[in-house]
Design a protein. Structure first.
Length: 562
């Protein structure tokens, strides 16, 4: 354990682990696991679990198993298996040994089911699923025992063997644990252990047509792997009773399950079912759409693994459900990129400027700092010429007094360059401003004034002769309201989607140093935010940049004329 770890306040899971190590409960071992279902792509909520499970093991000298809970063949795919492994590696973590699968244990789970039948603790039920649900009872009334609950052990064994052999269609029988239909805990009212599914499995093919339920797989898989700390989100707290019951009924190694609060983030959803619906209905371009909270979407947008790990560290681990503001995630990215991202100049909505007193054909090469937070990043050269592009929002013809950017008769400073004064405005036949005629002060090279006059605005710019064309994608919240699930009763949950979550700017102009920017390259467009070269759509012939995150209050300040 590092000195930094020693000085940090422990979260409640770390306190449990340290107490176990102190008392020798697990003989000094720390084994955690991350058990995703391969039925979708990982999202930012999974990142919290990954950082916790892998982080605990790293901190205390243990290891973490990656185990796929692949017990639902109709929804699973190797595409998801591969993507999950890629995301974990990208976050900076490595699992112990080879990836594991619940399907690795299908044989052992079947044998344990047979054992419970022989012990009189499980039976084959021939009721329909609707009948089982209806007879389960409520929190205020006991359940009704199945008419098949007292089947003889031999009959149960025969029926279960025939279920395994594929003699029955889906839904005819299930295997249930025989616990207590009057229990105050509904999960203990004879839960289903196995159901018939004649479906092809992505790993076992057609070898099985009965599949174990999650609750009959989870604890026993932890047991097989000798997990010490089974860390789950709070929705599985009630399931712990069943987790414990199976381990005790089978008299096997019994790990400890501990629950923590899952991540809920404003302006998005964390349900894989809902995310899959967005993909299937083409409300987004795919799982890796930069508006999605998926790790592949965040990666494509420009997020770094360091920022996501820092975010998970900041929000902490508690047992209390709540909502985390998306700003916390965005600030983690800003803090990370502020230190590492090089600065560049880009004009997203260009307005042409002609400097009338600048010599035609002349080009100045001006030094520009790559990152003021990192001296080792050095500097670059940007070309300056007679014709430039500035941001259209940086000019106003009839500007109010508090508008400090460019206007007729007013002077501003160009970043790294000269003082610039607007002399006249050129409009087209429709009255739209198409060009500014300006003059510059040659004595202010580098942006400093020898006579001490002060400018109230510094504008970014790009030399028109050297500009690189690019498409810019500005992403906003995927949903309009902070609580994405807050829709009127009876309304479609997607009615809260933000129609302005993506704006595409097709005529942006970039400084020439960005001409060869590779997919995944991140930088700060000065005054505008942090951007990333799109890893999917960008090419050398057609550069595409995604806005990862704005600068703090950048657009608000620009709107106020500052």
């Amino acid at each position: 354990m590092s000195k930094d770890d020693e000085t940090k306040q422990l979260n409640f899971v770390e306190e449990i682990v340290e107490d176990d190590l102190r008392t020798g409960r697990w003989y000094g071992r720390v084994v955690t696991r991350f058990p995703p279902e391969p039925n979708g792509y990982l999202h930012i909520g999974h990142a919290k679990s990954i950082c916790l499970n892998f982080g605990i093991a790293q901190k205390y000298g243990g290891h973490t198993n990656l185990r796929f809970d692949d017990t639902n063949p109709e929804k699973e795919d190797t595409e998801y298996v591969d993507s999950i492994q890629d995301d974990i590696r990208w976050l900076g973590f490595a699992w112990h040994g080879d990836p594991l699968f619940a399907s690795d244990y299908f044989g052992q789970l079947h044998d344990w089911a047979v054992q419970l039948i022989k012990d009189g603790k499980a039976y084959v039920d021939s009721q329909t699923l609707d009948e089982i649900r209806r007879n389960r009872g409520t929190s205020s009334s006991p359940g009704i025992e199945s008419p098949h609950r007292d089947r003889a052990v031999d009959e149960n064994l025969e029926l279960f063997a025939r279920m395994k052999a594929g003699e029955f269609p889906d839904g005819v029988h299930v295997l249930r644990a025989k616990i207590d239909m009057a229990s105050k805990h509904l999960i203990l009212r004879d839960p289903i252990m196995y159901r018939i599914r004649h479906a092809h499995h992505h790993r076992t093919g057609n070898a099985w047509c009965i599949y174990p339920m999650y609750d009959f797989t989870h604890g026993q898989s932890d047991s097989i792997e000798r997990v010490t700390h089974s860390i789950c989100t709070l929705e599985f707290e009630n399931n712990r009773r069943l987790y414990d019951w199976y381990c005790e009924a089978l008299d096997i190694y019994h790990p400890q399950q501990t629950e923590f609060a899952r991540l809920n983030l404003t302006y998005t959803v964390m349900s894989k079912r809902k995310l899959l619906e967005l993909v299937k209905d083409k409300d987004v371009s795919g799982w890796d759409d930069p508006r999605m909270p998926t790790l592949c979407g965040l990666r494509r947008r420009g997020y770094t693994p360091e920022a996501i790990r820092q975010f998970c560290e900041r929000i902490g681990v508690t047992r209390f459900n709540g909502m985390t503001d998306l700003v916390v995630l965005e600030n983690a990215l800003r803090d990370d990129l502020n230190k590492r991202a090089e600065r560049r100049m880009a004009v997203l909505n260009p307005l042409k400027v002609v400097i009338e007193n600048y010599p035609e054909g002349q080009v100045d090469e001006l030094p520009a700092i790559n990152n003021p937070e990192d001296e080792s990043a050095g500097s670059r050269v940007v070309p300056f010429s007679r014709e430039l592009y500035i941001e259209r929002d940086d000019f106003m013809e009839d500007a109010p007094k508090k508008f400090f950017r460019l206007a007729p008769g007013r002077e501003v400073r160009l970043r790294y360059a000269y003082y610039l004064k607007c002399e006249s405005v050129i409009k087209d036949e429709a009255g739209e401003i198409v060009e500014l005629r300006c003059t510059y002060d040659p004595a202010t090279k580098g942006g400093s004034s020898p006579d001490g006059r002060k400018d109230k605005a510094t504008l970014h710019w790009v030399s028109a002769k050297h500009a690189v064309d690019a498409e810019i994608r500005l992403y906003d919240h995927l949903f309009q309201q902070e609580d994405a699930n807050d829709v009127p009763e009876g309304a479609d949950w997607k009615s809260n989607l933000n129609p302005a979550s993506l704006e595409v700017l097709s005529a942006a102009k970039l400084e020439p140093s960005l001409a060869d920017a590779e997919p995944g390259f991140r930088c700060q467009f000065e005054r505008l935010g942090y951007f990333c070269v799109d890893a999917k759509d960008s090419t050398r012939e057609h550069l595409v940049f995604n806005r990862a995150v704005t600068l703090r209050d950048a657009w608000a300040k620009m709107a106020k004329g500052k």
